[in-house]
Design a protein. Structure first.
Length: 524
């Protein structure tokens, strides 16, 4: 059988594309390496507790809700309130006006930088205004001009003029947030406390808009994996096929054939790669390519991307606690960014690459004391996600893939995981969650190496390419996101986190839909 489209990668980008392609009546096969779809959008159950294994909540960003509505998928969402805490103080982000509270919050910790903070807050306010324009309407990608004609006339067309003017201002802020903030303050601790929430060198427009984006987060009832269940069910209902446990390892461009790890072949008319970009070019069978032009394209692309890094990865600890959910609700909300001390993680010093285990332990001790924790508590959103009177916590910190790989190669991996879990629990127990350590029923963790194994993402990255790369092998101009789904290979398209930068959940949805639209046009 020849499929109209084979989609490689069953994350949300691949599933979004497959949903639209199958709805259009095209024969679609999704090939997913793991035993379930979802990638970094997934939930799992352990001893009665439901945890989210990837993203902690879903951002609408004018994409998620319009997509579900357009496909006719009914999924219940609940609010996802975000809190920010330093030491013993916590603020809840409840409206755009929370920006002023955030400024006062920072001034309480850094009174000597009061003037700097006020200037930063006003700049954040301006950037939030830009992003409100960008995400201010339902994304036109998920609308139908005939069905939504009135919305286009009243909302989309006027918005387009605002967007054209705003997108230039946004791209003018496409510089690392750490560098950008230096023009406001010389306080390294203040710089850290604002920027260490984000990936290294995150563009300023992206990082400094987050107080408004936090208001746009929602949580699917049942866990983030409920979204994946709905999308996979929709694909099956529309006669699409999904093969799990199927890793595509070879691509024959001339024969339009892909092969999996067991040697099974699948014929395609169009190929959509919704997995790691490096793997696509590594999979191309150059011996089967007759046209030297495409051989050169593949070799050039491999040379371009082979030395580039994936974005930051994370160390995640999962805890089952016998503390009542109300204990945590009284302290902060269900999605909580918490920093134990105001000093800033720069004080931990450089990564201890090449150091002894004792030197690495010393650095970890400081890092876990200074860094920012992302804490997610599913049962505060949906009580059914934990046994009565008990609470599951997902606690993450940004962490370096290469350091983790070095630790494993030197035989300290299990010690590293145990040491990290203990220090993270102790830091939270001695600060914001007194009694947490004694309440732990079970604790386990995943590292950047776990994410690499599960997703095949380069460097265990959770959002595509690192912003520190010398070049960006993905489109990063907002006005040209539509062409980001193209590849230089014949009949091959791409979608997902490696396709556009800065990436994330909404980008995966948008590029999945854009790729489906492009493929349908070429097939028609």
């Amino acid at each position: 059988m020849t499929y109209d489209v084979i989609v490689v990668g069953g994350g949300v980008a691949g599933l979004t594309a497959a949903a639209y392609l199958s709805r259009a009546g095209r024969s679609v096969l999704v090939c997913e390496k793991q035993e379930k779809c979802g990638g970094l959008v997934n939930s799992f159950e352990r001893n009665g507790f439901v945890f989210d294994g990837g993203i902690r909540a879903t951002e609408n960003a004018g994409a998620l809700f319009p997509m579900l509505k357009h496909l006719g998928i009914d999924l219940e969402f609940v609010p996802n309130q975000v809190s920010i805490g330093i030491e013993d103080l916590v603020i809840r982000i409840q409206s755009p006006e929370s920006l002023d509270a955030y400024g006062e919050f920072l001034e309480g910790f850094y009174p000597e930088s009061e003037k700097d903070i006020r200037a930063i807050i006003e700049d954040i306010r301006k950037i939030m205004g830009y992003m409100d324009v960008q995400y201010g309407i339902d994304n036109p990608v998920f609308l139908d001009f005939k069905e939504d004609r009135e919305y286009f006339v009243k909302e989309v067309f006027p918005w387009m003029f605002k967007y054209i003017g705003t997108v230039r201002k946004i791209m003018a802020l496409n510089q690392p947030v750490e560098t950008y903030l230096e023009k406001f303050t010389s306080s390294q601790s203040l710089l850290d406390i604002i920027s260490q929430h984000f990936f290294t060198a995150t563009p300023a427009f992206f990082a400094l808009s987050y107080l408004s984006l936090y208001l746009d987060y929602f949580y699917p009832k049942g866990g983030t994996g409920a979204l994946v269940s709905k999308l996979t069910a929709f694909i099956h209902e529309n006669q699409g096929e999904i093969k799990i446990g199927t890793e595509i390892q070879s691509v024959d461009l001339d024969g339009r054939v892909v092969k999996d790890q067991d040697g099974n072949s699948y014929q395609y008319r169009r190929l959509l790669w919704a997995a790691d970009m490096v793997l696509l070019y590594q999979a191309v069978d150059l011996d089967a390519v007759a046209d030297q032009k495409y051989k050169d394209v593949v070799e050039k692309k491999l040379d371009e991307i082979s030395g580039l890094d994936g974005n930051n990865s994370i160390f995640t600890m999962y805890i089952s606690s016998d503390l009542n959910p109300e204990f945590f609700r009284d302290i902060a909300s269900e999605h909580f960014f918490y920093t134990p001390v105001r000093d800033g993680q720069t004080r931990a010093g450089p990564l201890p690459s090449g150091g002894s285990w004792e030197e690495i332990q010393s650095w970890l001790e400081k890092y876990f004391h200074l860094t920012t924790y992302e804490i997610s508590i599913p049962a505060l959103r949906d009580p059914d996600l934990a046994p009565p009177g008990k609470t599951g916590l997902i606690i993450s910190v940004l962490f370096d893939y290469k350091l983790t790989r070095e630790i494993r190669s030197r035989g300290w991996y299990e010690e590293f995981k145990q040491f990290s879990e203990e220090r993270m629990i102790q830091n939270l127990d001695r600060s914001i969650y007194p009694g947490l350590e004694a309440s732990v029923l079970e604790c386990f963790s995943s590292t950047p190496l776990t994410l690499k194994k599960l997703t095949n993402n380069k460097d265990g990255a959770i959002t595509g390419w690192a912003f520190t790369n010398r070049t960006m092998p993905a489109e990063n101009r907002l006005a040209r996101i539509a062409v980001a789904v193209n590849t230089p290979l014949p009949n091959v398209y791409q979608a997902g986190q490696w396709t556009f930068s800065p990436s994330g959940f909404p980008i995966s949805l948008i590029t999945g839909k854009l790729a489906a639209d492009k493929i349908l046009r070429t097939l028609n």
